[in-house]
Ligand binder design. Structure first.
Ligand SMILES: O=C(O)CNC(=O)[C@H](CS)NC(=O)CCC(=O)C(=O)O
Length: 275
């Protein structure tokens, strides 16, 4: 089954980002993909926490998701995309990963990032996502798609193998980690973490990434990639001159079956806390 992974360089212009996403949806559908995967924060990347919260409540931001749903219907393609959404808590937002099905443009699954990126990477490189964002409190079951069952996660979640194990135990064939990794942590950890999650969950891993400078303060590592359940990188975005674009890849679930049969990873449920 053919699918597309999109790399973006989102800015704070929701209007620009929507136009780019629509263009890539049209291109993916024209190339025969059944699904397209976008990175974290496809709707916008703001300059600071306050701006993220402000932009989330704008009318333009509601139109972003609507616009993507309409394009999914028009292009007859499943869309996996990440947006900022209002939460029940005043002044705080959710970092959401959404699966849109193309028949009616409805949302088939929605996940709120559960692990927030609160880190100190040195001067000018501290992140406190929890200042603006509420952590999700649920892990939805993997969603049935033309490619297989997809488990939804986001970016920093990649560092928590238990989430991948949990999604696998619920039947996931494919794990998605739409991301906006920092340049420093990306260079050190990105590919290793993605391949480790594919190998230890025996799932495909699809990781669409933000790339390049989003504003004066924020630059992302890029390197969108897809890994098969054996740990082989089957697609990798490496065109540094064109930060935004598509890669096509094929999902063949028989690889997962073969790997799981060859190397059974039976969890010692008698020794570890229940998943
Ligand atoms: O800010 C937004 O609008 C969207 N959110 C993000 O980009 C988040 C929080 S700042 N980034 C990460 O989780 C990077 C993780 C990472 O780089 C690592 O784990 O090393």
């Amino acid at each position: 089954m053919l699918a597309a992974i999109a790399q973006l360089q989102s800015t704070k212009s929701i209007f620009r980002n929507l136009a780019k996403c629509k263009e890539l949806i049209i291109e993916a559908a024209a190339k025969g993909a059944s699904c397209i995967f976008f990175p974290e924060a496809s709707d916008f990347i703001a300059e600071n926490v306050n701006e993220s919260v402000e932009l989330t409540s704008t009318e333009e931001n509601k139109k972003f998701l609507q616009g993507i749903c309409e394009q999914a219907i028009r292009s007859k393609i499943h869309v996996n995309i990440c947006v900022h959404e209002a939460s029940e808590c005043a002044g705080k937002i959710y970092n959401s990963n959404i699966w849109i099905e193309p028949t009616r443009g409805t949302i088939a699954a929605r996940y709120h990032k559960v692990h927030l990126f609160d880190v100190d990477l040195g001067p000018g490189k501290t992140f406190k996502e929890s200042n603006s964002t509420m952590p999700g409190t649920e892990i939805p079951s993997p969603v049935m798609t033309p490619l297989g069952k997809v488990g939804l996660a986001i970016c920093f979640d990649l560092r928590f193998p238990e989430l991948a194990q949990h999604l696998r135990s619920k039947g996931a064939d494919i794990l998605v980690y739409p991301s906006a990794f920092t340049e420093k942590t990306g260079a050190a950890h990105w590919e290793t973490l993605l391949r480790a999650r594919a190998i230890d969950s025996q799932c495909f891993v699809v990781a669409a990434a933000q790339h390049g400078a989003h504003n004066a303060k924020r630059t992302s590592y890029g390197h969108s990639m897809v890994i098969d359940p054996w740990g082989t990188v089957i697609a990798q975005y490496s065109d540094m001159n064109t930060p935004e674009g598509l890669l096509l890849f094929d999902v063949n679930l028989s690889i997962a079956e073969r790997v799981r049969r060859a190397i059974p990873l039976a969890r010692r449920n008698d020794l570890y806390p229940k998943l």
